[in-house]
Design a protein around this ligand. Sequence first.
Ligand SMILES: *Cc1c(COP(=O)(O)O)cnc(C)c1O
Length: 368
Amino acid sequence: MNGKTILQTMKPYKPGKQIEDVKKEYGLNKIVKLASNENPFGYSPQVKEAITDISTHLELYPDGYATELREALVNQLNVKPDQLVFGSGSDEVIAILCQAFLESGTNTITATPTFPQYKHNALIQGADVKEVPVVNGYHDLDAMLNEIDENTKIVWLCTPNNPTGTLIEEASLIDFMERCPSDVLVVVDEAYYEYVRPEDAPDSIKAIETYPNLVVLRTFSKAYGLAALRVGYGVATETIANLLNIVRGPFNTTSIAQKAALIALEDQQFLQDTVKQTLANKKKFMEFLDRMGLTYYDSATNFVFVNLPVTGDELFEHLLTKGFIVRSGEALGHPKGARITIGHEEDMKLLQDLIEAYLTPAVKENQS
Ligand SMILES: *Cc1c(COP(=O)(O)O)cnc(C)c1O
């Protein structure tokens, strides 16, 4: 009873440390989690207010079509209703894409490092995965195009890229689409889209009209702050969305998640406040890193990937004892680095002091 052969070489996703465990282990009262790019400001107070109302009728199956949320997004994104596919997080939309397009004998192309779920789900489907190293944290789009062959079914562009935070500009995206064969699906994962400055953000959804092989993924888990409820979506042509909806489970997003996402979408003020505070705090954090002489990748997101004079695991272990959880670069294929989510201003100040005290000796040694 071993399942598919490929599963023998794989591991289940290992979740980061849970806040309660860290409290107990180190005898701490307060833990600041800056490891998963969640929204430190929480989520819309309007969702909080409505949550008891929207959790009635738990005995009924959810609306499998997510009619109300779909309507709201159709208006916001200016697309047709049947261009959308909802998932239990965009994670599930990634899995659905792999189920719909990948099988043994096909291949798919990703950057490395990038979000690991593309590769994970592709391997489960029996596909080959070609990984193209990033350059200065940016996707190497030319090299990715070069990897395309007659068996390539999907190219994944994570933009901004997790874990490096770098954005693919509109001109580069359009150039890529122009040169990519039209029978290869290009999936643009925009989990951090809301954090990108409007003047920098490519209008990728509009580009679907010109490039029908383009699919765009968005989520309510990051800037909207609803990670616990699991709701994300894909935008594609009606033809592709139809295929994905065949694969999708009939009731894959819950009624509470659909309603909360709808309210969150309508509360654009909360989103704007989140983005404004985050970008201000990120700027200060980057200035601190500059003062420290630590380098980092250009980030269009709510996190920064920092290059370290020690291993990411060492910094992680040290900060953990002080009540801060960050993401070591070790598991992300970049051992001498860490990905740090931008938190509240006060917490970032404390974090900076801790990093400064811990890393100053190593930084000095490196410079001499
Ligand atoms: C967090 C993240 C996701 C998954 O988000 P969910 O909608 O919560 O499943 C997808 N892609 C990237 C790049 C992410 O960072």
